[in-house]
Each structure stands twice: as C-alpha cells, then as structure tokens.
Design a protein around this ligand. Sequence first.
Ligand code: TEU
Length: 585
Amino acid sequence: TDKHRWWKEAVVYQIYPASFLDSNGDGWGDVPGITSKLDYLKQLGVDVIWISPIYKSPQADMGYDIADYEDIDPSYGTLADVDNLIKEIKKRDMKLVMDLVVNHTSNEHAWFLDSRSSKTSSKRDWYIWKPAKYDADGNRQPPNNWAQILGEANSAWTWDETTQEYYLSLFTPEQPDLNWENPAVRAAVHDVLRFWLNRGCSGFRMDVINLISKVQEYPDAEIAVPDNKYQPGDKFYANGPRLHEFLKEINREVLSKYDTLTVGEMPFVRDEDEIMRVVGAEAGELNMIFAFDLVDIDNVPGDFKYTLHPWNARDLKRIVNRLQRLMLERDGWNSLFVENHDQPRSVTRYTDDSDEWRYYGAKLLCLMQTTLAGTLYVYQGEEIGMRNVPESWGPEEYKDIESINFFKKYQQLYPNNPEKQFLARKIMRLKARDNARTPIQWTSDPPHAGFTSPTSTPWMRVNDDYPTVNVSSQLSDPNPRTSVFAFWQRALAKRKERKDVFVYGDFELVDEPHEKVFAYKRWSEKESVLVVLNFSGEEVVWKGIGGLRVAKWWVGNYEDGGLEGKERSGEIRLRPWEGIVGELE
Ligand code: TEU
C-alpha cells in the first residue's frame, strides 16, 4: 500500500465542453452547463473531471489553439464561472484537471503577435522561425519536408509575409509551436501551471507533451508515404533530445510543490524505455501517459491516420498485455481509455454498433476497462454507449479541421472519382474525430436532445439516434439488457470496492493464442479474478480455462446472467460479445 495514490484509483471523466451542455441557448456548451451536471457525474462514480480547453481561443482547433492561458473563452463563460465550478466540484469531493496545451499556442496569442511583428522582437525566439529554402528552379520551399499533422497534404511550416520567414506549426498554421529551447518560454509555462493550481485545479492533462523538444537540425524525414509531398516527421519531434530535462524541470519547479494528477498525451512513441523514463515511479516526470497503441489499432502502420487497417482480438490482447506487463513489472503507471475527443466511438470501432448488439458491445468494453490495471478515463457519452455519426451524413456535417483537410485532399487528389469520394466518406465515418464530438444526448426531446434549447442551432448536429440513445432514458431504464449507464455505475463501484485486485493487482493473459476471446487473470494477495471477454460477434465454445476453477461468477453483460455452470467440463459457451467476470478458487 506504499504504492497507493489517489490518482491511481481515480475515475476520470473527460468533458468536451462545446458538446456537453449549453445553458444559455447559443448552441455551444458552457461552464455553467457542466456545473449543472455534477450530480449526474457523481452518481456515475466519477472522482476527477478533466475538461478539454476552455481558455480564450479563436477555436481553429476547438480550443487546442490558446490565445490566453489565464482567461476563459467568453463562449464558455467567465473565470468566475470556473471558480464556482471548482467550488461545486470540491463540495462533492471531486477534483478538476485542466487541459494544458503548451507545445503550441494560437497564432492570436499575444506572445505570437509580438514574435511575428519583426525579426528583432524580444519574443522572436519564443517560436521556431527559419529562413526559406530554394529548389533548383528557384522556388521557395519550407525548411524541411515535414507534414502538418492535422492536414498532411500541407507543410508543417507556415510562410510569414511580414518577416519573410517560415514558422513551425506542426498541427495547423493557426497553432505555432513554442520554442522550448528558450528558458523564458519554459518559465512562462511554469507560471501557467501555478496560475491554475493556485486557483484550485488538481492537475493537468498535457496535450502532446512529448513533442516539445525538437531535433535542432530540423532534418528532412525519410519518404514513408511516397504519394504525399510531405512526410511524417515524428522521428525528429516525438520524445526529442531534451524532453526528459524539460519534464523534470516542470516537476522540480512546480508539480513537486502540489499534490497533482498528471497525464501526458504521448503519440507516436512505442519504445518501452522511453515510456518508463516518463512514468517510472522514480522518474520524477509524469504520473502516466496516454499511449496510442490501442486507438491506432486500425491505422496502417507508418502511414497517416486516415487509413483503414484490419485487426482482430489478438492485436488487442497483444497491446493491452504489453502495457499491463510493462507497468506492473517495471513500476510505472498506466492509463486506461478507449475513447476521447480525437477518436471515434468505441462501440462502433471495437464492437458492433447495430441496434441489436450495441448494448452488449458497450458493456463488454466497460468490463474490460474496469477490470484492468491503471487509471481509468471515461469519455463523455461513453457511459450511455453513444455511437459514431450515421452513414447518411454528408461531409458538410463534419466540423473538425482535420476532417475538412482530409476531405479536401481526396477531392484534389482524385477529382471526379466517385469511388474515391465514397472511400473518403467511409473513412471519415469510421475515423473522424467528429464522431466523438456530437452533442451529448440528454433527453429524447426533438430537435436537439436537450443539449441546447429547441429554438437554437447547435454548433454541431446531434446524432440522429438520440430518441433511443440518451441519458434520461438510460437513467430510468430498469432493463439490465439495455441499461449501459447502470452497468457502468455498478462496475465502477465494484472496481473501487476491490481496488486491490482491479486497480493494483497483477495481470496475466489466459489462453493467449485464442483469436476471439480476450481472457485474463487479475490477482492481489487476497483474491484472484478471471475475466473472459468474447471480442467477436460469434458464439464461441472456449476451452482455454485450463485448470482454473471459478468459485463464483460475479457479473456478465447478458441480462439473464446465465453464469452458473459456465466453466463446467472445462468448456465455456460464450455468446456474441459476451463478457464475464468471476472469482477464482
Ligand atoms: O492531439 C494530438 C494528436 O496527435 C492526435 O490525437 C490528433 O488528434 C490526431 O489524431 C492526429 O491525426 C492533441 C489533441 O487531443 C487534439 O485535439 C489537438 O488537435 C492536437 O493535440 C493539437 O493540440
């Protein structure tokens, strides 16, 4: 128990504020809307609330482009609203985690306006400026061939007319990268952390924090995607040379003086030693990271994200196993998540979101997440099994800059090609970040499901399935087959009650080679548990239980239970998407 920490046991709920709840009828969610739903979150079993960025922002990338770190965007409310939110959160014995986006700012941040004003500005080297290159024909070219992350058809460098130089903007031109080599930048970031900690927030989710140190030579990336002009440059900016120094400095200067939860978003990196250098118990860097393995499962490796790649339960097992073992054997800490505002909905992606199966799929994913080691993150709407947008939606319903850039690229690359246009739409419907960003469906009331007033226009269209998928019908649903919310509620309670085994316990795969069944053992000094999850839409007669003896089956995602005798004769008959958890003798 010397390893027990509140941030390991906490259930974190992520709020995407624009889409959570609109309290003032402008079609955009806001801080008072969040405050009004704290009791709902408490009822679910949430301990910590992480809110995606609500700072002042022109919203080029939905607030991940910050124009003032110490003020709230008027569309979300005021600083006073946030103070009130913090007060109400604390009253309910919960905590708030802010989203810290400090790899880049908005191009409208005062720092950048100053930096771009002239080559001799005192803030010039707060950002990354480079002169142009010229090709053999004398045409101006960016300093290297890196692709923009949210629009890979474009360069990661943006030309500035006034001062005739390029600046680095890895995500979009509206998000210039800060120059972390400059100690003044780092000191300014430390001040931002102190500002929010002193206001009562209890930690940070740190946006793409592993991109803050770039290889200073800014070399060209090798050609990985031949038909694209620009190339993925992550090798030169993900976990760069000074990352650990910068993270340790944040810890020494700020975090060590507070009791915080810190989770660093860490795309691109798979190397186990690199992960441990950040999250190892003695590392003095961050509590945990968001690793991308599971949410990249259907991307073509080495290619851009908007690709389709087949996968099966064995890939899922390999990924989960690797992270579970790594954390437990090497004394690090892990975060558990299958959704966030950048990912499609998990029922659609990992299971079957048809009317017939979606309940089982949502509950299966709940069983998996609530029985693994790590800090658990639930994304808004996941607790009621929200799904991807309908297939019938045209490209105009997609609001995300990444989706817009992707669709544009396909139109330019393949004009008048209906097949390719169809493929583009299919990829968007499966992969677009918009899938997670539709407004929360609070009720079955037309036309906007209680997200905003009926006479307002929501900033993004509400998913057509709101008459059947919504919070209010879930809250009053007595049917164990269809009540995803109640299932989550019980599972979270059970996880806390038995935290020794579920949060802190050891982990081992059972029947590793099986192609459909994901089974594992969790154990503590006091008890051991068997989890068996059928990650397929078919019935499976599972014989992998071997010599294990189940004393009592606790829970399953089928309404009839049907658990008694499940293991009799060393064979377990699992129905499609069935998951069961039992106590071992
Ligand atoms: O995302 C970083 C990131 O690398 C990916 O998750 C990204 O959203 C996409 O999948 C790349 O194809 C973070 C934020 O979560 C995201 O919303 C922001 O757009 C991005 O950083 C820039 O701040």
